[in-house]
Design a protein around this ligand. Structure first.
Ligand code: NAD
Length: 358
């Protein structure tokens, strides 16, 4: 089969980690008889430098014409002085909106071979951690009305949190569908004791849950959820939440694993199209040193194989190759902790690709 992938390497370590994910995809193609066709386009700081704008129309057009998008990361100190609405990171919001990517899926797992990387005590992590955060991505306060106005207390600014029933319903369905393939538990996180938008959220999620009688539904306030994530993270299977709360909780969850360089993510729309990217940013502090861990991007490519292309054996092969890499004692600098054989970004990609071909 032939699959079209729009590739957005981005800034900092983005091009390096994306390059290794492509190496691994090519190894999958060679072993299973698929052809992946890549079209590279710019977004973020690289696009500002080349075209004077962070998200050129050509990039959106190429992404729309592809079966899936593979993204590195955008941003860096070079563009810190660019005005807010033209910053590299705005390209992400623009891509999500233009491509209708309303569901962000972020697994947070602790790999058994890296259990000691978690900052939590071993008795809290137990035999491992495997949860997924389903975050609404194109609504809520990040896209609501915003502005400045004069008030009795002087000049003020406001951002509006607004959710329609339709937006809540469609993201809830993604979470319940995902729970059906996992441990059949959804925890919906809101602030229904204070926010009207959260009260609609809670009621709508409860409605959707009636179509999934096998899935247990829990509701937590966001303050409690953030506490429970460090107190007893094993209680979670699928966490369903809004754009703002999901932004914060998914970073907290990724830190619990202790390995931000290992965590993949997917942003999905209706149908199979998706954009796949590592959870981490462009890591300007290690750009060009060969120290970037490409595994988050390689595992994002595995999510692409499974969720967009429906290539389950191929996705399993990538994940098994990563497990084998860790189990055989290979490490990248960020996860080494004085143990194992430390490999560069490129050597890591080559090793994982070789395990796939083996
Ligand atoms: P970051 O994730 O880039 O880096 C945080 C820390 O983790 C750094 O010490 C970095 O060296 C380390 N790190 C991150 N990824 C790593 C990897 N693959 N291997 C080894 N170590 C890794 O976050 P930051 O420093 O807050 O942000 C840097 C830039 O990235 C900023 O411009 C920010 O806006 C941008 N950013 C982009 C995205 C994205 O494109 N999706 C996400 C977050 C941040």
């Amino acid at each position: 089969m032939n699959y079209k992938i729009a590739v957005i390497p981005g800034d900092g370590i983005g091009p390096d980690v994306v390059g290794e994910a492509i190496r691994v995809l090519d190894a999958v193609g060679a072993r299973f008889g698929h052809h992946f066709e890549y079209t590279k386009v710019l977004a973020g700081g690289a696009a500002i430098d080349a075209y004077g704008q962070c998200l050129p129309e050509e990039t959106v057009k190429t992404a729309r014409a592809a079966d899936a998008v593979l993204l590195g990361a955008v941003g860096g100190p070079k563009w810190d002085d660019v005005p807010g609405d033209q910053r590299p990171e705005r390209a992400l919001l623009g891509l999500r909106k233009a491509l209708g990517l309303y569901a962000n899926i972020r697994p947070a797992m602790v790999f058994p071979d890296l259990a000691d990387a978690s900052p939590l005590k071993p008795e809290i992590i137990g035999s491992g951690l495997d949860l997924v955060i389903v975050r609404e991505l194109t609504g809520g306060i990040y896209f609501g009305e915003k502005g400045r106005r004069d008030t009795d207390l002087g000049p003020a600014a406001y951002d509006v949190e607004q959710y329609s029933e339709m937006e809540i319903r469609r993201i809830a369905r993604i979470a319940f569908d995902m729970a059906m393939k996992r441990r059949k538990k959804v925890t919906s996180v809101d602030k229904a004791n204070v926010l009207e938008s959260s009260r609609l959220w809670r009621k709508t999620v409860a409605d959707v849950s009636k179509d999934y009688p096998e899935v247990e539904l829990d509701n937590l306030y966001v303050d409690n959820a953030s506490m429970q994530l460090v107190r007893n993270p094993q209680q979670f299977d699928v966490i369903l939440t809004s754009n703002l709360f999901g932004d914060i909780l998914s970073d907290e969850a990724s830190q619990i694993t202790g390995s931000i360089g290992m965590l993949p993510s997917a942003s999905l729309t209706d149908g199979s199209f998706g954009m796949y990217e590592p959870v981490h940013g462009s890591a300007p502090d290690i750009a060009g040193t060969g120290k970037a861990n490409p595994i988050a991007t390689i595992l994002s490519a595995a999510m692409m194989l499974r969720d967009t292309f429906g290539l389950l054996d191929e996705a399993d092969a990538v994940e098994k190759a990563v497990d084998q890499f860790l189990h055989d004692g290979f490490r990248t600098a960020d996860i080494a902790r004085g143990q194992g054989r430390v490999l560069s970004t490129r050597e890591t990609g080559e090793k994982i690709a070789a395990f796939i071909g083996a």
